[in-house]
Design a protein. Structure first.
Length: 201
């Protein structure tokens, strides 16, 4: 089976509104072409029939993570988006818990989080990197950190970077903002060299 290069990926944002029509959580549903059984059109069609969900919110963020969620949708990407939105809503009920958000692209995170007026201090954001042009991703993360300087970034390159690319990337991002970089470059044997060059894990 030949390797397929993914150059673009479509998705939708799911906004969770409370009874006062205030957005309390956001999730992203982005089916992966060639891997996910559902399409973006399937997600949109399912959302058209979903007007409300019911979930017990009288639990802590950590308790909900341990207990898991009921099944809201049989589409995995939509289920993930709804769970992400609910976890964001739960995180806002206590100052002791950080919000964990996932974005499949830097541009997607920038588009959403730049519009947020919420104080995202100490919030953890997991970002897929190596999917857009290198300089665009660097500038996007710099802009994101200018807007929310206390964000904690957990980055996943999925081995998309070359060694020199990942070192260039990290040299342009404040090290204190990076928790870790998962699968930083295309050769596993170079991971140790990346750690030495960047001081990261």
């Amino acid at each position: 089976m030949g390797e397929v290069q993914l150059t673009a990926r479509k998705g939708v944002y799911v906004f969770l509104m409370d009874e006062h029509d205030v957005c309390v959580g956001v999730g992203e549903a982005s089916p992966l072409p060639g891997l996910s059984k559902e399409s973006v059109d399937d997600v949109c069609a399912s959302l058209q029939t979903m007007t409300k969900i019911h979930c017990d919110m009288d639990v802590s963020y950590d308790q909900r993570l341990m207990q898991g969620f009921e099944l809201f949708s049989d589409l995995p990407s939509l289920q993930f988006a709804i769970e992400s939105a609910l976890l964001m809503a739960l995180s806002q009920s206590t100052v002791q818990v950080s919000c964990h958000m996932f974005f499949s692209t830097v541009s997607g995170a920038l588009t959403l989080l730049q519009r947020s007026k919420e104080d995202l201090a100490k919030h953890v954001v997991k970002l897929k990197i190596g999917r857009e042009p290198l300089l665009a991703e660097i500038e996007g993360i710099q802009a994101l950190l200018n807007h929310h300087p206390s964000l904690v970034l957990r980055l996943d390159a999925n081995q998309k970077f070359l060694f020199n690319e990942v070192t260039q990337f990290v040299s342009q991002i404040p090290k204190e903002s990076i928790d870790y970089i998962e699968d930083p470059c295309d050769k596993v044997e170079q991971y140790e060299g990346v750690c030495r060059q960047t001081g990261g894990g």
